[in-house]
Design a binder for this molecule. Structure first.
Ligand code: SAM
Length: 245
């Protein structure tokens, strides 16, 4: 089966190309789908991330895999006119929606938009005070390379925050959630975007993603210190934090 954005099936296409296809396809309806799929709760997860960031006026923040800019918009207010926010994403369709929504509407003037791959970030060493990656790491092919790359561009003492789907802490919640993501989500995707495949990919990518302890171990391995995580909504989502020594 070929979907309208040009990949055949989830299995038959390499991951990077498939991820690009998925996000080109959903960019226009991405914000609406986020609200529908999570019942608006993604806003609370993102707010918690901002509150955990300890970002202050004048600082430099990178939101990688930032998509349509939800976190970048909030950081933009926190860092103020003396600060800088870089909204980076591998996908120009997602960045375009973000730029339209924020800069072109005159809502912010301190966000820079950069098309970049998290695995090899095009920024100098020791550059950012804080880096966030929200619902993005799951899509990255070489996650260890991405974590190392984020470590490199952080300043010593800077923090990395990874907001991502994770493993529900109770078996019952896990079962209900599996049902929801494999049965209901793709149907919802079909109704709203006429694109069932992309939302089936979403459910599969969530199931494949490393759980809380595994991701924490990957951050330790890369060289982050003081790593910890906080479960949100019963572990459906977790916020991981690490500091660059
Ligand atoms: N952070 C936004 C949010 O929370 O609403 C967007 C999340 S969206 C689910 C995932 C984003 O990751 C997409 O915009 C996609 O283009 C981007 N992405 C996927 N692989 C990437 C990579 N290797 N480097 C940078 N961005 C990537």
């Amino acid at each position: 089966k070929t979907t309208h954005f040009g990949f055949r099936t989830v299995e038959s296409k390499d991951k990077a190309g498939m991820v690009a296809g998925v996000f080109h396809s959903v960019a226009a309806k991405y914000d609406l789908m986020n609200d529908l799929m999570s019942g608006g709760i993604h806003r609370l997860w993102k707010q918690f991330t901002i509150e955990s960031s300890a970002v202050r006026p004048g600082q430099k923040v990178l939101d990688i895999a930032g998509g349509t800019g939800d976190l970048a918009a909030k950081f933009s207010r926190l860092v103020g006119s003396q600060g800088k926010v870089v909204l980076a994403d591998i996908n120009d369709s997602m960045l375009k929606v973000g730029r339209e929504k924020l800069t072109n509407k005159g809502i912010v003037d301190n966000i820079e938009y950069v098309q970049a791959n998290a695995e090899c970030l095009p920024f100098p060493d020791n550059h950012f005070d804080c880096i966030t990656i929200a619902f993005g790491l799951r899509n990255v092919t070489d996650k260890d390379a991405a974590i190392r790359s984020m470590l490199r561009v952080l300043k010593p003492g800077g923090r990395l925050l990874i907001l991502e789907f994770s493993k529900p802490s109770s078996e019952l919640l896990g079962k209900v959630y599996d049902r929801y993501s494999f049965d209901i989500l793709p149907k919802m995707g079909k109704l709203v975007t006429n694109d069932e495949e992309s939302y089936r990919y979403l459910a599969e990518s969530i199931r494949m993603h490393p759980d809380q302890e595994t991701l924490k171990g990957m951050m330790d391995e890369a060289g982050f210190v003081d790593t910890r995580y906080h479960n949100l909504t019963g572990g459906i989502v977790a916020l991981h934090r690490g500091i660059k020594p």
